[in-house]
Design a protein around this ligand. Structure first.
Ligand SMILES: *[C@@H]1O[C@H](CO)[C@@H](O)[C@H](O)[C@H]1NC(C)=O
Length: 223
């Protein structure tokens, strides 16, 4: 009861009007404390904002510094893949249905024709009639055609005026690589079968073998 009475006795002087008027009428000393508090509050607020901003800035920088190298890595990987896909078909792969041996592809025809028609057919395939590089290649090809019991035209002819066996690339035959059986007269062309290389007249019909050299193709020549 006593406290209630005390409250009521104090209340009347604190009218709204009196409350509003009182702060300006306070002595200067009374303001010092709240003002310094306010200043400290402002400073700490500013400090806090600065801290948050620095943290945000640092996290953005950190993310960028992490993402940049990974993006660059991606580009390197993409570039490597592109290099692989543009390099490999030209270097390593023969067309379907072609034999692959070392850096060459070979196509064995299913039909017979004259030597000149065979030459033209290989040209249409973007290839040439077979040029036998060495005995190892000759063995590989003879093994591949052994079961076919056919003779196959190759890019080797005995023609005037040279009276010499010549490859269609212009080089003279090296007799260490292969020996030719049969008649050697002008306008004869060489065929290979499972066990020999024979000369044949230009009017005979034979199957033939085309070749492509993989290393001589550059990616730019690919359609
Ligand atoms: C032509 O082909 C033969 C047989 O493969 C080869 O020995 C010769 O080096 C080739 N010549 C040229 C100029 O490519």
């Amino acid at each position: 009861m006593d406290t209630a009475r005390f409250y009521f006795s104090l209340k009347p002087p604190r009218t709204p009007g009196a409350w509003h008027e009182s702060p300006p009428s306070l002595p200067p000393d009374a303001c010092r404390c709240p003002r310094s508090h306010r200043l400290a509050l402002k400073l700490s607020c500013a400090g806090l904002i600065l801290l948050v901003l620095t943290l945000i800035g640092m996290s953005v920088l950190y993310k960028l510094s992490i993402q940049k190298p990974s993006i660059e890595k991606c580009w390197v990987l993409i570039q490597e893949n592109l290099d692989k896909t543009t390099d490999s078909p030209a270097k390593l792969e023969c067309p379907q249905d072609w034999l692959s041996h070392r850096d060459k592809c070979f196509h064995v025809s299913q039909v017979s024709n004259t030597w000149k028609e065979s030459l033209a057919d290989c040209g249409k395939k973007g290839a040439t009639l077979l040029l036998i590089q060495d005995q190892e290649e000759l063995r590989f090809l003879q093994d591949s055609i052994k079961k076919k019991y056919n003779a196959f035209w190759i890019g080797l002819s005995y023609t005037l005026p040279d009276m010499n066996w010549k490859w269609i690339n212009g080089s003279t035959l090296n007799s260490d690589v292969l020996r030719i059986t049969g008649d050697t007269e002008s306008d004869t062309f060489a065929t290979i079968s499972g066990d020999k290389v024979t000369s044949e007249s230009c009017v005979s019909d034979n199957r033939w073998i085309c070749q492509k050299e993989l290393n001589h193709e550059t990616p730019c020549n690919d359609p």
